[in-house]
Structure formats: structure tokens, C-alpha cells
Design a protein around this ligand. Sequence first.
Ligand code: MN
Length: 192
Amino acid sequence: MFTLITLPYSNEDLSPVISSQTLSFHHGKHLQTYVNNLNNLLKDSGFEDSTLEEIVKKSSGAIFNNAGQILNHNLYFLQFQKVKEDNKPEGKIAELINRDFKSFEDFKDEFSKKSAGLFGSGWVWLSLKADGTLEISQEQNAQNPITRGNIPLLTIDVWEHAYYLDYQNRRAEYIEKFWSIINWKEVEKRLA
Ligand code: MN
């Protein structure tokens, strides 16, 4: 049985980038529903003893959709911290970003453009490929680059439920503010 992750901050801590109202619905209602759905679907599925990552890699249909959304949201919610001025990566993750995208600004531009340009519901990911290079990818619905063998590092949820209460149709503004709450230490840990 899977359980709802506990957030490493309070519902008010990400304000004004993500309001407590959005967090309480997004984490407490949307993610909880995916957890409940998956637990119901797992009975007699053959995946009862699998990890979430294994299920995402091997399943399809409703099991994949719910497991994928749990994994995606866990990585999304656990990568945040309180708003920080001039927030940027340091250390190993900064080195890799500079190597593969020229600079943090260039990386941010490409990631932001792909996030604004994703049609419909989905996620944009920074992930580490098997060859050791970084990739930014647009993924529809519940997809995660882990299904291609990549290690997921950073993500933005561009389903409307992630930003509509705070930004309505202004997805670009949500993306712009998103950068100030990234916990880059947490993102760097995912490289290991
Ligand atoms: Mn979501």
C-alpha cells in the first residue's frame, strides 16, 4: 500500500509562488486521489510487491497513470523550499547544467519555453541520461523520463490544477516564479 508523502514544509511556506490553498488541494486532494486509486488498482495486479518506480517502468493503462502521477508529484513536492532571492544551483548540478546548456540562464530559458509550450496536461523534466548528459523533455499526462532509463532530477507540473487557483490562465507567470522555490540541494541529491 502506498501512502501520501508528508511535505517537508508547511502549506504557507511556498507563498506567494504557490498558495496554501493550491498546496492543500494539490497535495491533499489530487495526490491523495492518485494514491487511493493506485491502492485500489493494485489488488491482484501482480504489482502488489513492486516499488513505485518499478510499477511506472512496467505498467500501462490506469495503473501506469496513477503510479506515474504519484511518482511525479512526489518528486515535484519534495524539490521545493521557501522563496529565495537569486536562487540558483551550486556544486555538481551547476557544473552539469553549465556543461550541457552553456549557462544556468540558457538552461532556464529552454526549460521555461518547453513548460510554456507543452500543449494540454503534462510535465517538463530535467533528467540525467544513461550516457551522463542532461536532457530537458516535455512529457504528456503522467509520463516520466524514468521510463526511458533516465534519472528524473527536476520537474514542473503544468496540469492546470497546479496553478489555476493562483494564476488562472497565466501559465508563464507560474513558470517564472517557480524558479525561486527550487531546493537545488535536493535536486543535486537525485544525481547520486
Ligand atoms: Mn499535479
